[in-house]
Design a binder for this molecule. Structure first.
Ligand SMILES: [Ca+2]
Ligand SMILES: [Ca+2]
Length: 82
């Protein structure tokens, strides 16, 4: 499905745990309010406006939520480290 991802199963499991942790309502998607909370935890100095910008970048298919594959992609890019 995702030939460009080179993650081990262990890494995917780790990311899955993170994803599930931030998916507060457990619907399998991270919505904007959940994402704001995520970024606030990972990077407390992040401004909400730039979080919204980041959300739109990560939301590849622009359906208003981040699904697991989008989340994995973002995680690999290490966007939040900047
Ligand atoms: Ca959710
Ligand atoms: Ca999406």
């Amino acid at each position: 499905m995702e030939p460009q991802t080179k993650l081990t199963e262990q890494q995917r499991n780790d990311i899955r745990s993170e994803f599930n942790f931030f998916d507060r309502d457990g619907n399998g998607m991270i919505e904007l309010p959940e994402f704001i909370e995520l970024l606030t935890v990972l990077s407390p100095k992040t401004k909400v406006s730039s979080v919204e910008e980041g959300f739109n970048l990560i939301d590849d298919n622009h359906d208003g939520s981040i699904d697991f594959e989008e989340f994995v992609h973002w995680w690999q890019e290490g966007w939040w480290e900047y």
